[in-house]
Structure formats: C-alpha cells, structure tokens
Design a protein around this ligand. Sequence first.
Ligand code: C2E
Ligand code: CA
Ligand code: CA
Ligand code: CA
Length: 274
Amino acid sequence: QMPDSEHGYLFFAADMNQRARERHHLEEDLREALHRGELLLYFQPQFELASGKMQAAEVLLRWQHHEHGMVSPAKFIPVAEETGLIHEIGDWVLETACATLHAWLERGIPPLRLAVNLSARQLRPKLISRVLELVGQYQLPVHLLELEITESVLIQDDAKALALLESLRAAGFAIALDDFGTGYSALSYLRRLPIDTLKIDRSFVADLPGCEQEAAMVLSILRLAQTHGLSVVAEGVETQAQLDFLRQHGCPAVQGFFLARPMPLQDLEELLLR
Ligand code: C2E
Ligand code: CA
Ligand code: CA
Ligand code: CA
C-alpha cells in the first residue's frame, strides 16, 4: 500500500504547487487589473412581470485580462475577498455605477435603478459614509441605487452588519437579499431583517416547473415575501415554462438569460433609449 499512497501524495503535492502558483499569479494580476483598466461593468436587466417593464439592472463585474481574456467573477471575487482587494475593487464598482447614473441624468437618458453586489467584507462603517459621499458627488437620488448582499452575511446574525444595513436603508438605499433560499435559516429571521427585496436563488428556478420540491420552495418564498411586504426577483430564468410558472404564481419580477443576458453599457443604453 505504501508505494501507492506515496505516489498519490506526490501527484497531490504537484497539483497543489501548480494551484498555488496559479493562485499567486491571479492575485498579482488582480492587483494590476484596476490600474490597467481591465475591469468593466456589465448590466443585466430585471423585468417587472405584470408590465414587462425594465425595473432595474444588476451590475456585474467583468475582468478582461490582457492575456487570458474574460475571467469569471466567480473565480476572482473570492480571491479579492481573501486578499482584501475587494475594498478597492468594490469601491471602483460603486463609483463607476454612480458615474453611470450621473451620465444618464446629464444626457437625458431615462435612468434605471442599478443594483450593486456587495461582499460581506465591504459591510463596515466606512461604507455608509462612502456611498453617501458618492451620491452627493454624483448628485443622485438615492433610490437609484440598490445594494445586494448575500444571505450568509445575516445568517451569522452579526449585530454590526444588521445595524449597518439598517443605516443604509434609513438613508434611502434599497437592500436586496441575494441568493435567497440557499442558507435556509434566514427564513425565520426575515421579519427582523432591514431589507426590501428577496432574490430567489437560481438553483430553485432551474428545476421549475417540474420539480415539486423546488416549486414548493418558490411558492413559500413568494408567500413569505408577501406577508412581510417584500419585493421578489426570481433569478436565473432560462425558459418560457419557468417564466409562465412565476407569472402564474404572482412573482413580481424576473431576471435571467431568457429575458436578457448581462450586457455591456452601450447595449443597455440602447434599451433605455428605445
Ligand atoms: P450573483 O450576484 O448571484 O449574480 C448573478 C449571476 O448569475 C451572474 O453571474 C449572472 O451572469 C448569472 N445569470 C444571470 N442570469 C442567468 C441565467 O438565466 N442562467 C444562469 N445560469 N446564470 C445566470 P456572474 O456575472 O458570473 O457573477 C457571478 C457572481 O460574482 C455573482 O453572483 C456575484 O456573487 C459575484 N459578483 C459579480 N459582480 C460582483 C461585484 O461587483 N461585487 C461583488 N462583491 N460580487 C460580484
Ligand atoms: Ca447579485
Ligand atoms: Ca444571485
Ligand atoms: Ca451568488
């Protein structure tokens, strides 16, 4: 058995080394990405189901790497979070979103609410003064900014994070709870949470309408939201059947590839001007 496990270990070690190297490169490149201007924002519209109108767009970060092409945020956001680079990157996302809204107002483009994703690490007292500074600097009505946070932030029942969200909400920003349903304990906390919108995680939407369990989950989220006076956005809508199901059960809003993929700014502006 010995030679085998040794062999296995060597492979494992080589793999670890390779991964550690890749990871190190990624980290170094990410540090440079902002200064090289390799980061950009994509936008994915959300539609009100009853009217079919665009109600907002989610801001999604993209990294156009000088050698490797597009790098997925699923790959680099975790690295940014672990290294603390998320503060600088997150600030860039917030400021660029605000600058975009400002430009629309200046150019007479009908503005659309923008939903910006925040990592848990960004939820610190500094954030409040910073977003207030940005809306002041770019002369924005606060209701044009929505902040998306994931359920995991609140499951820890972190009093500081809760207080922070309360202040943001008191200042007029809309708060959306992202990937809702994936950390089920939040269901019971919902009443106490300073939030406006639930975003149903796309894993629940994916199996609609066929899978009874997922369908029941979506229905209970819709009912729960109604009870608590919360809005809902179903994420990851990819088919007509999913859309029909959500419409039939009174889901207020939807987002997903079936309706619109994340798109560059120019494409979104064309939609806004249409
Ligand atoms: P998320 O916040 O849950 O964003 C939604 C993700 O689902 C996006 O992936 C979007 O492209 C994808 N999506 C939208 N519609 C569909 C659909 O119909 N089907 C499928 N299969 N996928 C769909 P993306 O852009 O790759 O972003 C991945 C994650 O990276 C985001 O998940 C979010 O957690 C994070 N992220 C993106 N931008 C930022 C940012 O600026 N700041 C932070 N902190 N995180 C970000
Ligand atoms: Ca999100
Ligand atoms: Ca989500
Ligand atoms: Ca997510």
